[in-house]
Ligand binder design. Sequence first.
Ligand SMILES: Cc1cc2nc3c(=O)[nH]c(=O)nc-3n(C[C@H](O)[C@H](O)[C@H](O)COP(=O)(O)OP(=O)(O)OC[C@H]3O[C@@H](n4cnc5c(N)ncnc54)[C@H](O)[C@@H]3O)c2cc1C
Length: 440
Amino acid sequence: MSRLPVAVIGGGVAGISAALRLADFGVQSILFERSDRLGGRIRSFFDSDFGIELDLGAHIVSGGYKDFLALLRELGTVDDLQWIEPLHLSLKGSGTPVYDLRFKNFPGMLGPLAGFLSYKALNIRQRFSLTAQLTRLMMMRYVPALSAEMWLQRVGATHAQMHYFWQPLILATLNALPGHVSVASLRQIIQLGLSTARGFSLGIAQKPWQKIVGDAALGCLQRKGVDVRLKIGVEQIIIEKGTIGGLVVEGERIEVSAVILAVAPWDWKGIFAPEDFEYLFNKVWQVPLASAIHGVHFLFDAEPPEADRLMTGLLETTTHWIFPRRLQGKRSRWLLSTVASASEQLLSMPEQEVISLILKELRSVWPAFSYEPVQARCVRVRRATCPFDADLEKRRPAQKTRVSGLFIANDACATGFPATLEGAARAGFRAAQAFREEDG
Ligand SMILES: Cc1cc2nc3c(=O)[nH]c(=O)nc-3n(C[C@H](O)[C@H](O)[C@H](O)COP(=O)(O)OP(=O)(O)OC[C@H]3O[C@@H](n4cnc5c(N)ncnc54)[C@H](O)[C@@H]3O)c2cc1C
């Protein structure tokens, strides 16, 4: 079986992780990526007006992301992240002070606990009951099939707790409103924080993500002998008698020993013959609706407010987080990247209007910051991530499929994590492992 190469389809985090692991196992592979760069949803693009690479969207990395951080270590770029450690989040609304949720440098759970108990956005009673809700979420033996919102209502979360803690947390980590994701997904995120000593820290990129993931991966994969083929989309996966028969690439059939499908779930349907798609997925899985993310990048010739913080959350605005970065070599030139999670309501709005709206919001939060941006760019990602409701969560596909030689690796797979960088990296590593086990 392993005399022919294994095909990895898709060069996002999942595909890169799968191809690297196959190389570590001594398995020859070809990675097909239909765009001209590796990275998938974490890639960047060169913007000639800005004169720099802009990210498709700002990404936050949890210190609990074991597999994604292992991937960056292997790529040699883990030090390109700057860490907020211990965790410190700032939230600011129009006319409100900056509220700081600052974990303390105490051992174990004492650090987060002390942070919650001194979180001034909530009164003392609400701080205590928030820690009780978190403890309850972690300790429950049976996770009910409820949305995060229903579960939080059930445990008595107040409006203030939702507003100043749960909703920003869920939007930032799951790219969805609390009513649209399962309590299981919420629990997975908190568990990630608890899983390592650094779990509650946050990593923010200090250079374009393309350099940290896609470009670094291209060099690393090629050094390991992986045949990376950019700008080549796979047209069809051929399945014959329940086994991988080959691929159709540029109109030609090619032979491969196995396939790791590492494309996003909305691209699955087109790559299989209808009956194969039906056989593989239809009874168990429907492609979920994806949540949108709108990022607006601004270039300012002035230092933006809260520039000493790596990120600040905004309350009651369409934008949820801002990330300021001083540009190297340019005195006092700042890139301010904003993120509006689960922003389906902006999809029908022209991009210029989105820019004006976000700028207006920034000015309502910081009235004194009245500078005109030198440049502004709206980046709309219509399908950014899949939020899993309680029903879909149970039916996420495993890496090993019913077809011999076909494995699935992407952030929508069943990995025990929501659709995140960690879910994608883990799915990639596991798919390679599943291939090895099936191959004997
Ligand atoms: C704006 C934005 C912000 C985000 N923020 C965060 C965050 O803060 N933290 C976090 O953990 N996650 C975040 N995510 C989610 C994270 O980016 C994804 O979970 C992860 O990148 C998914 O990786 P993947 O490899 O599963 O899929 P993808 O990155 O989608 O990779 C799939 C690849 O397959 C390629 N492809 C598709 N069809 C074919 C074909 N037929 N042949 C060849 N190639 C094909 C595509 O071009 C693509 O490169 C964010 C996502 C977006 C869009």
